[in-house]
Design a protein around this ligand. Structure first.
Ligand SMILES: [Cu+2]
Length: 183
């Protein structure tokens, strides 16, 4: 069940929506948390079988979100990009849809605009694994997901996320693996 659908949170959603202040989460009522863990959905032989991931999202009373990704059993000493994507994992990598953006880029002609494809407007969890293939990344954003417009997965990509000069902003190469997370 989505965490904002609990009766405890509904009045907060209603009040915030009525005030029209900002896209706030019911987590403003207090610290709230979402966790997901399991075997990664694999889309590439570059991901070892049985590789796993865990994602914790903590929504605090200041309106911040702290998201942590742990991976186990990926390739050793390897850099990966990782982002929150809008859809849950599916049988193909494309099913996860695009990267989640707090403020969606309105210009389809400029899909890699660093003004929108950056680690404040998106959720970036790039990491480098250790010699055992394990790794962790954490990020804090000054915002929270709003009801009906969240992210539903974390995709692990083949490259570190590019920021512009080195490659199109927000891209990180092939989609290798996915974990569904009900952010
Ligand atoms: Cu991505």
């Amino acid at each position: 069940m989505p965490r904002w659908s609990t009766s405890r949170h509904l009045p907060v959603v209603t009040v915030v929506a009525a005030l029209g202040l900002f896209a706030a989460s019911p987590a403003l009522a207090g610290v709230d948390r979402v966790s997901s863990a399991g075997t990664l959905e694999r889309y590439s032989p570059a991901v070892p079988p049985h590789a796993t991931a865990r994602v914790d999202a903590v929504y605090d009373s200041h309106g911040d979100s702290t998201i942590t990704l742990w991976v186990k059993g990926l390739r050793p000493s390897t850099e990966y990009g990782a982002h929150a994507h809008v859809n849950a994992c599916g049988p193909t990598a494309a099913k996860a849809g695009p990267d989640f953006q707090l403020v969606p880029n309105p210009d389809p002609e400029a899909p890699h605009d660093p003004a929108f494809e950056n680690p404040v407007n998106e959720v970036w969890l790039d990491l480098k694994t250790d010699e055992s293939g394990d790794g962790v990344a954490t990020t804090t954003m000054p915002w929270q997901f709003s009801p009906g417009r969240g992210a539903r997965s974390v995709i692990i990509h083949a490259e570190r996320t590019h920021t512009g000069p080195d490659g199109p902003a927000g891209t990180a190469g092939a989609r290798l693996a996915c974990l569904t997370v009900a952010f």
